[in-house]
Design a protein around this ligand. Structure first.
Ligand code: M6R
Length: 612
């Protein structure tokens, strides 16, 4: 599903091949492959199932064997890391795929929806070796080849339905590489020794801060050390864009995983989120984008996102209702797509996405934009599709997130949503004194999170104690609802253990039947107006011999009701959202570690979901 490509004219790029591929491993990791074609039309094709490291060993071995036998001046190469969509995780399904005569090689990110019909139409001419949609495109290119690869790809692209970005290499003309994109991201950069192409901004941003981002339906023809962009046969003149702030790929330092490191980064991420947006001295929200937005005639907010980002928006919904008095509807992007859209002109449509590339969020945004409604993006990856499509935006400033499970970015998103709600509130009915109190509290938030991180050894111990259970309930009330949903998702995705988030209120309407000594319950119960009712719900679970792990505040007065507890710093109910989320991330992480899961790359998942 995702790939990176580099074209090098004057350099032996063998040593760089695997290094570049590794930059993408954090996103997809089912299998990886590459092909290099050099001057004399020699090819170097390698594929491996599993991590990029498996491909790396194969490539290293091959390079070692052929050392000194020839000087390798690769003219071009295309490479790919795959997240399986069509066909299992096998070497034959791994990209690059090739045409019948093995003249054209192709890598592809996306899905070709009409591949079955295309496959059938070519069945009598070609034998297929894989189950992929991509192989069909390779065969089609050969079938439609008119002596010119550019015009052939243009014609082929007219036959393809749905999202893709693809790059093609013609072994007979290795001095060219042609790539085309519709919806799936694609960026190009001219470096010192050649032209680089990537479907991942984070990967290329390790090399440069300025690149050209292709628009839908654009084609790039790379030749030697230059490239040209075309749209509908016409050459398009476009300078590379300064994308500005880019994140550098992080180092692991002494952490056991990137996921752990990213959780421990939360205090500093929150400082980034607040920096330049809150004036702590004057205790005001101070950000131009937010000020302009808060002045607009907006009667309702509609927040659209998926996965963990959707839980962040859920918290945001409470903030908007509570602090800004603005109705806020929150919708999962895939459901938004499936539903009927009734545009509301005075509604602000907010799109939340870490990657800025999530397919159903992006497609929802297109629908909203097509109806002339105002869009606002909260995105982490600078230069990403959703950031670029938004009418206005704020970055979540979480830095590059390597762990597939989103952690620090979710907290950053919640922080941005809070600032937005406070800014809206300041122009509506929120008392200045209340804003000042919240800002005073926010100043201490990074330290409070630090306190939670210091509890990591205790949290680890409890995770280990609970690691043999096969199921968990995660209970919540009110603002803690999305926290419970997010905590439950983290348990599932990191440790592969079944977990269900449920309203503490709702429990006795059915799910209580599941409670037993073997089905422990995690409860988020910070002090606040729902505290006592939740204690009653806990008693109901206890009466059925259910074990209770409480995420509670230090000054909880009913500690005896919990089987075990994780005491969080004393905060307001508002800040307990941040502290509880952080603690729940540590719990899920250590649970997964105890079960020997690969926490940075949970099975079956992808960091960026660019297909619907
Ligand atoms: O990049 P996005 O924030 O749009 O991604 C949304 C979800 O795919 C993502 O949050 C996913 O649920 C993660 N695995 C959660 O940890």
């Amino acid at each position: 599903m995702c790939w990176i490509f580099a074209y090098v004219w004057t350099e032996d790029c063998r040593k760089n091949l695997v290094e570049w591929l590794r930059m993408l491993e954090y996103r997809w990791y089912d299998s990886a492959g590459l092909i290099c074609v050099w001057e004399e039309k020699e090819i170097f094709l390698e594929k491996a199932v599993g991590r990029v490291s498996a491909l790396a060993s194969k490539v290293d071995e091959k390079i070692e064997k052929e050392k000194n036998e020839q000087s390798w001046l690769f003219t071009s190469w295309i490479a790919h890391t795959r997240w399986a969509t069509h066909g299992g995780v096998t070497e034959s399904n791994t990209h690059p795929h090739y045409s019948g005569s093995q003249r054209f090689y192709i890598v592809h990110n996306g899905i070709i929806e009409n591949y079955k019909e295309l496959k059938k139409s070519l069945e009598t001419k070609y034998t297929y070796y894989s189950e992929t949609d991509t192989e069909v495109v390779a065969k089609l290119i050969e079938d439609m080849y008119d002596g010119n690869l550019k015009s052939t790809i243009e014609k082929v692209s007219e036959k393809l339905t749905w999202a893709y970005s693809l790059a093609v290499i013609d072994v007979q003309h290795p001095e060219h590489i042609i790539a085309i994109k519709l919806w799936s991201p694609l960026i190009v950069w001219k470096g010192e020794n050649g032209v680089y192409l990537s479907s991942d901004i984070n990967a290329l941003s390790q090399l440069t801060e300025s690149f050209t981002i292709l628009e839908d339906n654009e084609m790039v023809v790379i030749e030697s050390k230059k490239y040209h962009i075309y749209m509908a046969w016409e050459r398009v003149q476009r300078e590379a864009e300064e994308v500005g702030e880019v994140s550098s790929m992080s180092e692991l330092w002494d952490f056991s995983s990137f996921t752990e490191k990213e959780i421990f980064e939360i205090p500093s991420i929150l400082e980034n989120v607040f920096s330049g947006r809150i004036n702590f001295e004057e205790k005001i929200i101070h950000n131009e984008t937010l000020e302009v937005l808060a002045e607009e005639e907006i009667e309702k907010i509609c927040i659209i996102a998926s996965g963990s980002s959707s839980f962040a928006w859920w918290v945001g919904g409470y903030f908007f209702r509570k602090y800004a008095g603005v109705p806020c509807e929150t919708i999962i992007s895939s459901e938004f797509l499936a539903d009927i859209f009734l545009p509301e002109k005075k509604t602000l449509y907010v799109f939340l996405s870490q990657s800025g590339e999530t397919a159903d969020v992006r497609e929802s945004m297109k629908i909203v934009k097509a109806k002339g409604c105002k869009t606002f993006g909260i995105v982490n990856v600078v230069g990403s599709t959703i950031a670029r499509m938004s009418d206005a935006w704020l970055f979540s400033h979480a830095g590059i997130e390597v762990g597939v499970a989103s952690t620090k970015n979710v907290i950053a998103q919640v922080g941005v949503l809070l600032l937005m709600a406070l800014s809206f509130g300041s122009k509506r009915n929120l008392q200045i004194s209340e804003i000042r109190d919240i800002i005073t509290e926010l100043a201490s938030l990074p330290d409070k999170i630090q306190e939670v991180c210091l509890k990591a050894p205790h949290i680890r111990k409890l995770s280990e104690k609970y690691a043999h259970y096969k199921h968990f309930f995660v209970l919540w009330r009110n603002m803690m609802y999305p926290v419970a949903l997010e905590a439950s998702l983290k348990i599932k995705e990191l440790s592969y253990v079944h977990s269900e988030a449920y309203s503490a209120w709702e429990l006795k309407h059915g799910p209580l039947a599941l409670v037993s000594p073997e089905f422990p319950t995690i409860v988020f119960n910070p002090s606040g107006k729902h505290y006592h009712k939740t204690i009653s719900n806990i008693e109901e679970v206890r009466a059925r011999e259910g074990k209770i792990l409480g995420f509670i505040s230090k000054n909880d007065t009913h500690k005896e009701v919990y089987t075990d507890c994780i005491e969080l710093p004393d905060t307001s109910e508002l800040l307990s959202v941040f502290t509880s989320l952080t603690a729940s991330y540590l719990f899920a992480l250590y649970l997964a570690e105890k079960l020997w899961r690969d926490v940075d790359k949970p099975r079956n998942l992808a960091k960026s979901v660019t297909v619907e």
